[in-house]
Design a protein. Structure first.
Ligand SMILES: Cc1ncc(COP(=O)(O)O)c(C=O)c1O
Length: 445
């Protein structure tokens, strides 16, 4: 009986039986072991490899269960007649490339959550662990108490009067859009340009064409489009607020085209000068699908958002969610409920707004000598227009100092706008100062 060319590595993380089984599988697939070849007894194999007999037995049992080997009572262990032979083994798993130096990201999406609020965060998760989860797949619209709390918040902060049954809890903004798209007729979707990249990608992945809507300009014609995706409270990433006249013009264009307006209301809480502008959806609930998110007021890692769709679409979306088991994770929903009820979200928003109101002018003071601010200061990032080559030089200088900053060109399609998009939420004051120094060094060259 042949001695098999096997070896074990006691320092490896894989258990010894798994190592042996994997190598025997490989020998069969490579054709080294052929159908009906007899294998050594488990005792002999254990002796060859210097392992206990039970290790060899476990390896054989695994391969017997998988159908690679078979055994005849009292007659030994053989390669099964049906086992594939001579098949090339799967390619070795390539080791992941070693990550480069970690850069601190000054992105548009990371909010400032002051560490003073940690106790409230922990309290919410303690409550989650003490609560009993639903027994099975729950209400596809989301946790009823959370939908009630969200409806209250929408009325209080966004001028949006909705019934809790109209609120669908989603796994974030793009998920809300994914929920909506299958319920719309065939056809392209208009998206602001420059605009939200996740929305563009989501529309394309749904097999639809994206039509460019020049950001900041009045929308007068949506003919041929089934929807228009917009950020009226704070254009992403340029920063303008859609004027009252442009809101009415957009709704009229959508009505004329029979299109739905998808309102992405991602960071409207963070105006520092005036009260947040009411949601576009408050003007026409039958035409506007409203998308809200927990990403800026709690954390992007919670992966929660909410969709308030026109009534004509809500039932169909709910049905689809029920049959596909789509929905948001219960623990996150339960935690958000506590964070809303405890007033934690309001406190975080108030603190963060103060921090952004102080940081935004600092960013402006540093960059204004070199670039043009694209919109009013609001939210947790600002966008600066400048030639692409200058933006790249500044970005590279920031990289050398350990910071990653987005280029406006990555948000632009046919508009071709270039510049820098500088987030100031997810960093400390010291990091922001160092990043601004590096950017201005790059711009001053
Ligand atoms: C324009 C815009 N909408 C929505 C979001 C939030 O997305 P999500 O709810 O999927 O976290 C972001 C995050 O950065 C954003 O920039």
């Amino acid at each position: 009986m042949p001695t098999l060319p096997l070896r074990v590595d006691r320092a490896a993380s894989d258990p010894l039986p798994a190592q042996i089984a994997a190598q025997i599988r490989g020998l069969v697939m490579a054709g080294t072991l052929r159908r009906a070849d007899r294998l050594p007894s488990s005792r002999a194999l254990a002796g060859d490899l210097g392992v206990s007999r039970s290790v060899a037995e476990q390896a054989y049992e695994q391969l017997l269960a998988e159908g690679w080997l078979h055994t005849r009572r009292g007659a030994g262990t053989y390669v099964a007649p049906t086992a594939l032979a001579g098949v090339s083994p799967p390619p070795a798993v390539r080791p992941a490339p070693s990550p480069g130096p970690t850069l601190v990201r000054l992105d548009t999406g990371t909010p400032w959550i002051d560490p003073v609020h940690r106790a409230g965060w922990r309290r919410a998760w303690r409550e989650v662990s003490a609560a009993a989860p639903p027994r099975g797949y729950d209400d596809p619209r989301g946790l009823p108490e959370l939908r009630r709390a969200l409806a209250d918040r929408l009325a209080r902060t966004r001028g949006l009067d909705v019934d809790p049954d109209e609120v669908l809890v989603t796994a974030g903004t793009a998920d809300g859009l994914r929920n909506l798209l299958p319920e719309l007729p065939q056809g392209p979707v208009a998206v602001e340009d420059p605009g939200y990249r996740a929305a563009v990608e989501t529309v394309r992945l749904a097999g639809r064409r994206v039509v460019d809507l020049r950001a900041g300009e009045p929308v007068t014609d949506l003919r041929g489009c089934v929807a228009a995706y917009v950020t009226p409270a704070h254009q992403h990433p340029l920063g303008m607020v859609m004027s009252a006249a442009d809101r009415l013009g957009l709704l009229a264009a959508a009505a004329a085209a029979g299109a739905v307006v998808v309102e992405d209301d991602f960071d409207s809480e963070f105006r520092y000068d005036v009260a947040p502008v009411p949601a576009l959806a408050s003007l026409d609930r039958g035409r506007v699908a409203y998308l809200g998110t927990a990403a800026k007021i709690v954390s992007p890692t919670l992966r929660l958002g909410w969709l308030v769709a026109p009534a004509s679409l809500t039932a169909a979306i709910t049905h689809r969610r029920r049959v596909t088991h789509a929905g948001a994770a219960w623990p996150s929903q339960r935690a958000l409920l506590t964070l809303l009820r405890d007033g934690w979200v309001d406190k975080v928003v108030r603190t963060a707004r103060r921090v952004y109101a102080e940081r935004a002018p600092r960013v402006a003071a540093a960059l204004a000598p070199y670039a043009e601010l694209a919109g009013p200061l609001a939210g947790m990032y600002s966008t600066w227009l400048l030639p692409h080559a200058d933006a790249v030089r500044a970005r590279d200088s920031a990289r050398l100092a350990g910071f990653e900053i987005n280029l406006l060109r990555d948000y632009s399609r046919s508009s071709g706008l270039t510049g820098l998009v500088v987030g100031f939420g997810g960093v400390t004051d010291d990091e922001l100062d160092r990043a601004l120094d590096a950017l201005t060094r790059g711009l001053g060259q």
